[in-house]
Design a binder for this molecule. Sequence first.
Ligand SMILES: Nc1nc2c(ncn2[C@@H]2O[C@H](COP(=O)(O)OP(=O)(O)OP(=O)(O)O)[C@@H](O)[C@H]2O)c(=O)[nH]1
Ligand SMILES: [Mg+2]
Ligand SMILES: [Zn+2]
Length: 328
Amino acid sequence: MSERQMKGVVLSGTGGVWRVQREDGVILEASLRGRVKKSNAGRRPDGSLRRDTVESAAETLKLAVGDHVVLEQEEQSPTAAISEILPRTSRLARRAPGGGQGERILAANVDQVVVVFAAANPDPHPRMLDRFLVIVEANDLVARIVINKVELTGGRTVEQERWRDYEQAGYHVHYTSVKEREGLDELHDALADKVSVLTGPSGVGKSSLLNAMFPGLELRIGEISESVNKGRHTTVGAYLHPLPGGGYVADTPGLREVGMWALLPTELDQCYPELRAHRDECRFADCTHRVEPDCAVRAAVERGEVSRRRYESYVKLRSELEASAPAW
Ligand SMILES: Nc1nc2c(ncn2[C@@H]2O[C@H](COP(=O)(O)OP(=O)(O)OP(=O)(O)O)[C@@H](O)[C@H]2O)c(=O)[nH]1
Ligand SMILES: [Mg+2]
Ligand SMILES: [Zn+2]
């Protein structure tokens, strides 16, 4: 019987059976070949083996949602086999605490992470937003912010004032209302043809936004989507929804547990774009931006170029990381 090869994108799966969208649009189930080719996975761009690859090979090379794969399918067969994982352009990964056991990839080939909060109901916590953004920055991914339900607090102009710190830091902030269909076209265009991870607290309107922008997705609204995963700590099953017209959106429950993902305290200032812009001008290369003389970051705060609230958020988070980091 003859076999044919096709490329595809992994939509979901947790290890046994994977749902894959073939490049012709057909969605089918596929299993992973015992001996799968893993092009470049665990290797640096120059081809050399990464230091952590040996211990963590099994974990690092696991298939993830968003992976591009080669499928082999026998004529007439409804299922296919994944024979090759193609190189990843990016990934959203959570590092294992302590480093050793590698990392868990929540989604591969991600173009951007969209962090959704509500203007009210539930009330937004800026510090929680900062943590989401730090995770995105630590993964070298682009973040977009969405403030939904703006009609509850007086609309876009009121909210714009409230989230000025983030616009000043360089983030693109969308102001939306599903109820009054505000800001939906602009957000739709920002998601089109891209692979986006949508995240944010429960109840802010993520599913409502997707349904309003992409009729046909028919996501459930007003249900606590996380409850399915409660107690199952190993499940970080993201699901990639193909968007009508092109692109994908992943709903990732794993991102919502906003632990600090084993981030090193010394890396934190790189994860605040407005601090990153000044840190190289500090007198000391290892400046913590708290007490050191000639600190360019604190000088920028004094001049009003860096938001004091964001700076204080950095200081607070840094202390937390130092308290939890292993002392090596
Ligand atoms: N007032 C108002 N309510 C909204 C808006 N968008 C969504 N909602 C409501 O907010 C509630 C939660 O919406 P969901 O879309 O389920 O929220 P979610 O972020 O997907 O929540 P999880 O799936 O639990 O993470 C629902 O009752 C929606 O009708 C909005 O723009 N304005
Ligand atoms: Mg939802
Ligand atoms: Zn400094």
